[in-house]
Design a protein around this ligand. Structure first.
Ligand code: NDP
Ligand code: GDR
Length: 344
């Protein structure tokens, strides 16, 4: 047995991949999920780990400080991975306080619980490239100044600095992973890559006419989530706690991701017009399959993210391997299967 890991947010994309990775490495894993009226374990099922003998699922909400202490006392982890978050940037503009309570105070509750119960526990905080926000430097690395552009990013900035502060003040092994966007067939449907792969799969099968998107010019550094979670474990098994950027080093526009996903489906799209008038035409049918809708624009946008992962490569031996073309193909293939009603 490698030790015991506690993952908050195990029902999410990264929580599921991380649990599968740690179980594969021989860990005993405790995963937290929120009390809801219906269970949300579909990702754990897709990865075939929902009934794993070394996985225990426990109810917990990171906004409850007392239950965070009891969680740490009862699970007695060697490593805590704090992935729980209100992770959708767009929603954070409508729900800034809930976002801060979960993302900022939630992390602090866990750090306090670790400090009180067992300061020897190693802590991973899921920080984000959204911290960089307004472009200051290209590519962005651990030394690039932060300029958050959303309530989500502001809340994550608090959690990042709290992690650094508990490392410096109390000597906790507290690591912060500044991860650039990472996607997979298990990505939530509202995030742009999955919205695109699911929408195009439905269009391909005649189940949907058109896909409405917001800012097609935004550029993101997209990697495969299954590889990024391996970097999280490497941060907690490193010699020293530190902050690390995980990224691919390649950035593409949302428009180009639409092109890659449509090519993986055997479709060819041509974009015409600009701004809110821009449309994507299926060259085989002449149909307008992509439209731009103002409601998907954000009050403040992060225009360009491209990461410099060289420190992670040098210190942790981590690097992203899956090209974006392969990631897009993986996602559309799974969405086609789902739309056709096949589970495997
Ligand atoms: P998801 O949105 O897929 O998962 C978030 C998880 O947090 C879900 O399990 C959710 O539970 C849980 N959660 C939400 N609120 C609470 C709460 N109050 N108490 C306990 N759990 C809660 O996100 P990802 O898996 O994509 O991301 C994981 C983490 O990494 C997040 O912190 C995110 O902000 C961060 N991150 C993600 C990146 C990415 O590209 N994916 C990049 C950089 C950072 P429920 O299922 O009940 O909603
Ligand atoms: P992001 O991911 O905000 O980068 O946060 P998202 O996929 O939501 O947006 C990426 C970019 O695409 C643009 N966009 C759209 N986005 C969505 N969701 N829907 C649309 O219709 C649409 N059209 C254009 C957005 O404006 C944006 O520029 C993700 C989350 O996982 C965070 O939790 C994480 O911290 C960061 O990645 C790194």
């Amino acid at each position: 047995m490698r030790g015991t890991a506690l993952i908050t947010g195990i029902t999410g994309q990264d929580g599921a991949y991380l649990a599968a990775h740690l179980l594969g490495c021989g860990y005993k894993v405790f995963g937290t999920h929120r009390r809801t009226s219906s269970t949300n374990f579909w990702r754990l099922k897709e990865l075939g780990i929902d009934c794993h003998p070394n996985l225990s699922l426990v109810e917990h909400d990171v906004t409850d400080p007392g239950s965070s202490i009891r969680l740490i006392e009862r699970s007695e982890p060697d490593e805590v991975y704090n992935l729980a978050a209100q992770s959708f940037v767009a929603v954070s503009f409508d729900q800034p306080i809930t976002t801060a309570q979960i993302n900022a105070l939630g992390a602090l509750h866990l750090l306090e619980a670790i400090r009180s119960v067992n300061p020897g526990i190693r802590f991973y905080q899921a920080s984000s490239s959204e911290l960089f926000g307004k472009v200051q430097e290209v590519p962005q690395s651990e030394t690039t100044p932060f300029h958050p552009r959303s309530p989500y990013a502001v809340s994550k900035l608090f959690a990042h600095w709290a992690t650094v502060n508990y490392r410096e003040s109390y000597g906790l092994f507290a690591a912060s992973g500044i991860l650039f966007n990472h996607e997979s067939p298990l990505r939530g449907e509202e995030f742009v890559t999955r919205k695109i792969t699911q929408g195009l799969a439905r269009i391909r099968l005649g189940q949907q006419e058109c896909l409405e998107l917001g800012n097609l010019d935004a550029k993101r550094d997209w990697g495969f989530a299954g590889e990024f979670v391996e970097g999280m474990r490497l941060m907690l098994t490193a010699a020293e706690p530190d902050s690390f950027v995980l990224a691919t080093g390649r950035s593409e526009t949302v428009r180009n991701f639409v092109r890659l996903a449509s090519e993986a489906l055997g479709m060819s799209l041509e974009f015409r017009g600009s701004g809110l008038q821009e449309v994507g035409i299926d060259t085989a049918t002449g149909n307008r399959v992509v439209r731009v809708a103002e409601k998907f624009y954000r009050p403040a946008e992060v225009d360009l993210l491209i990461g410099d992962p060289s420190k992670a490569k040098r210190v942790l031996g981590w690097e992203a391997k899956t090209p974006l073309e392969e990631l897009a193909r993986m996602m559309v293939t799974r969405d086609l299967e789902r739309c056709q009603g096949r589970t495997q």
